[in-house]
Design a protein around this ligand. Structure first.
Ligand code: C2E
Ligand code: CA
Ligand code: CA
Length: 532
C-alpha cells in the first residue's frame, strides 16, 4: 500500500527509517519522562536536561537517512539484477533463434528433439520431422543479390508460420533450410496431406518489393524413432528423403522409407568404390570427334571418362553426380584433364581436345593454378584445349565463377557452354561470361525434326550465338536429315553417333589418318569409312 503512495524504493526506505526512528525516540523520551525524570514536564525540558536526548531527538532523521542509503543500494542491486536477467534472456533468445526470420534455429531444434527423446518415443507418439529446401535459392541469391534472398526467406518463414498448427514448430537451420517439427503422432496419411499443401505453399510466387519470383522447393520427411540419440539421427534420414525428392524435377516431398534407405546405402557403397577406383587408377578416357562443318574435317575430340569395374564399364552418368556430391570430382577431374592433355599432345597440332569440367571443380581454389601448371608441364598449346562447363555452374557463386573463367581464358584455353538450353542460362550470362562456344544439347537435336517449335528454337540459338560472337556445336546428331538441318541452320560444328561414337585412344590416330587419306572429306565420308 505504501508502494502505491511512495513509488521510489529509496523514499520508502527513508520513510520506514524515519518512522522507526520516531517510534524509538518517542518511546525513549516517554520512558525517560515516566520513570527517570518524572519531575520534568516538557519535551524541551527533557532534551535540555540530558544532551544525549538531543541525539535521540535526531534519531528519525538519522535512521531515515541511513535507511535511505540502504534503499539506494538495494535499488542499485535490483536494477543490476534486472539488467543481467534481460541480458541473459536476450543472449538465450539469440542462441536459440535465427536473427533474420526470428524463427527458432538449429540449436533450438537440437534442444527440442533431445527433450522429446528424453520423454520417450514409442510407436504411438512418434513426432515427425520435415526438412524443406528451396529449389533455386542459391541461384536467386547469387544473381539477384542477398537482399532479394533475404526477402524470400522472410516471406517463406511468414508463410510457414501461418500454415502450421498448434503442435508444429518451424525452425530455420541456415541458408534456405527449414524444419517443421510435428509433435504428437501424425500418421503418414496426415503427413502426406500436409506435405501436399506445404509443397504448393512453397511453389506459390513470392511478391517481393521489386519483383515477383517463383522458386519451388522440396520436402523430406521422417519420424523421430525409438533409438534415435539426437537430432542428427532424424535429420540425416530427412536429408536422404529430401535428396530423393529433389531428384524428381519440380517440387515434391518424400517420406523416408526402406527404398530411400536402400538407395542411400547403394550411393554410399558407390562412393566408397569410387574412392578406391581413384586410388587404384581404374579410369580410362574415350574420345568422340567434333567435326567442323565449313571444312568437313575433325577439329578435335571430346574426352569422356569411363570407369572399369571388373569386366564392366560404367558410364559417367552413373558416377559423375556421386563424384560431384562427395567431392571426389576434384581428384577425378584433375586426373581426366591431365590424361586428356597427355594424350592430346601426341596428336597433330591442329587437333583440339575438349574436357568436361564439373561446377564443383570451380569451388576448388586450386583449379586455375592447376590448369596453368598442367599446360606448362604437358607442353600442350593452350588454344588446343577447350574446357566444357555446364549451365549448373551459374548456380555456384557467380562472381567467383566469372573470375575463374576469365583467368582461364587469359591462360589461352577456350571455354564451351555444354548442354546449352537445359539449365539456368540467361542472356545476361552469355553477355557477361567469356564463353567461346555453345554446345546445343542433344534433346534439341532429337526433337528438332519432329517439332516445329524446337526447330525454331535451334535457329534462335544459332542467331543468339552469332550475335554474341560464339561458335556452335550441335550434339547428338544421329541421322543425315538432322545433319542437313543443322547445316542449313548455320551450325559451326557437329558431334554425334552419325559421325562417330566415342572411341578408344588407339582409334584417334586411325580416324585422323583416314581423314587425311580421304583428303578431308565430309562427315558422311568419315562415317562411311568408320562403318566399312
Ligand atoms: P556430355 O558432355 O553431353 O557428353 C556427351 C555424351 O553424349 C556422351 O555420353 C556421349 O557418348 C553421348 N553422345 C554423343 N553423341 C551422341 C549421339 O549421337 N546420341 C546419343 N544418344 N548420345 C550421344 P557419355 O560418355 O555417357 O557421357 C555422359 C555425360 O557424362 C557427359 O555428357 C558429361 O556431362 C559427363 N562426363 C563425361 N566425362 C566427364 C568428365 O570427365 N568429367 C565430367 N565432369 N563429366 C563428364
Ligand atoms: Ca560435354
Ligand atoms: Ca553435352
Amino acid at each position: 500500500m505504501l508502494s502505491n503512495v511512495i513509488t521510489s524504493i529509496r523514499m520508502r526506505y527513508a520513510f520506514a527509517g524515519a518512522a522507526f526512528g520516531s517510534v524509538f525516540t518517542s518511546c525513549a523520551l516517554a520512558y525517560d519522562a515516566a520513570f527517570v525524570n518524572p519531575q520534568i514536564q516538557s519535551l524541551t525540558g527533557l532534551v535540555q536536561n540530558n544532551p544525549a536526548h538531543v541525539a535521540m531527538a535526531l534519531m528519525p532523521a538519522i535512521l531515515g537517512f541511513t535507511f535511505y542509503k540502504v534503499g539506494e543500494s538495494r535499488t542499485k542491486l535490483v536494477e543490476e539484477l534486472e539488467r543481467r536477467e534481460t541480458a541473459e534472456r536476450s543472449l538465450e533468445h539469440n542462441a536459440f533463434h535465427d536473427s533474420l526470420t526470428g524463427l527458432k534455429n538449429r540449436h533450438a531444434l537440437e534442444r527440442d528433439v533431445a527433450a522429446l527423446i528424453a520423454r520417450g518415443i514409442d510407436g504411438d507418439s512418434r513426432p515427425a520431422m520435415m526438412l524443406l529446401d528451396l529449389d533455386k535459392f542459391k541461384f536467386i541469391n547469387d544473381t539477384m543479390g542477398h537482399n532479394v534472398g533475404d526477402e524470400i526467406l522472410l516471406a517463406l518463414s511468414r508463410r510457414l508460420v501461418e500454415a502450421i498448427g498448434r503442435r508444429q514448430t518451424v525452425y530455420r537451420l541456415g541458408g534456405d533450410e527449414f524444419v517443421i517439427l510435428w509433435s504428437g503422432a501424425p500418421s503418414s496419411e496426415v503427413i502426406c496431406e500436409f506435405c501436399h499443401a506445404l509443397v504448393k505453399l512453397i511453389s506459390f510466387p513470392f511478391e517481393l518489393a521489386k519483383i515477383r519470383l517463383t522458386s519451388g522447393g522440396s520436402v523430406g520427411v521422417t519420424w523421430i524413432e525409438d533409438g534415435d540419440t539426437s537430432m542428427s539421427d532424424a535429420l540425416r534420414r530427412a536429408d536422404l528423403a529430401l535428396y530423393r525428392a529433389k531428384e524428381v524435377p519440380g517440387s515434391h516431398f518424400m517420406l523416408y522409407d526402406r527404398a530411400v534407405a536402400h538407395e542411400a546405402e547403394q550411393r554410399m557403397q558407390m562412393e566408397s568404390d569410387l574412392r578406391l577406383a581413384i586410388e587404384e587408377d581404374r579410369f580410362f578416357l574415350e574420345y568422340q570427334p567434333i567435326v567442323h562443318l565449313a571444312t568437313d574435317r575433325i577439329k578435335g575430340f571430346e574426352a569422356l571418362v569411363r570407369w572399369r569395374m571388373g569386366d564392366r564399364v560404367i558410364r559417367p552418368d552413373m558416377f559423375i553426380p556421386i563424384a560431384e556430391k562427395s567431392g571426389l570430382i576434384i581428384p577425378l577431374g584433375k586426373w581426366v584433364l591431365t590424361e586428356a592433355c597427355r594424350q592430346a599432345v601426341t596428336w597433330p597440332d591442329d587437333i583440339g581436345i575438349s574436357v568436361n569440367i564439373a561446377g564443383e571443380q570451380f569451388k576448388d581454389g586450386d583449379f586455375v593454378p592447376f590448369v596453368r601448371n598442367l599446360l606448362e608441364t604437358s607442353g600442350i598449346a593452350p588454344q588446343r584445349v577447350t574446357l566444357e562447363v555446364t549451365e549448373s555452374l551459374f548456380s555456384v557463386d557467380v562472381a567467383v565463377v566469372r573470375k575463374s573463367l576469365t583467368r582461364l581464358r587469359e591462360l589461352g584455353v577456350h571455354l564451351a557452354l555444354d548442354d546449352f538450353g537445359t539449365g539456368f542460362s540467361s542472356i545476361n550470362h552469355l553477355r557477361t561470361f567469356p564463353i567461346d562456344t555453345l554446345k546445343i544439347d542433344r534433346s534439341f537435336t532429337e526433337m528438332m525434326l519432329e517439332n516445329e517449335r524446337e526447330a525454331e528454337l535451334v535457329g534462335v540459338i544459332m542467331k543468339l550465338s552469332k550475335a554474341f560472337g560464339m561458335a556452335t556445336t550441335v550434339e547428338g546428331v544421329e541421322t543425315h536429315s538432322q545433319l542437313d538441318f543443322i547445316r542449313r541452320a548455320g551450325a559451326g560444328n557437329v558431334q554425334g553417333f552419325l559421325i562417330s561414337r566415342p572411341v578408344q585412344e588407339a582409334m584417334v590416330p586411325v580416324l585422323l589418318r583416314e581423314q587425311s587419306r580421304l583428303g578431308g572429306g565430309t562427315p558422311e565420308k568419315i562415317v562411311h569409312r568408320l562403318r566399312a
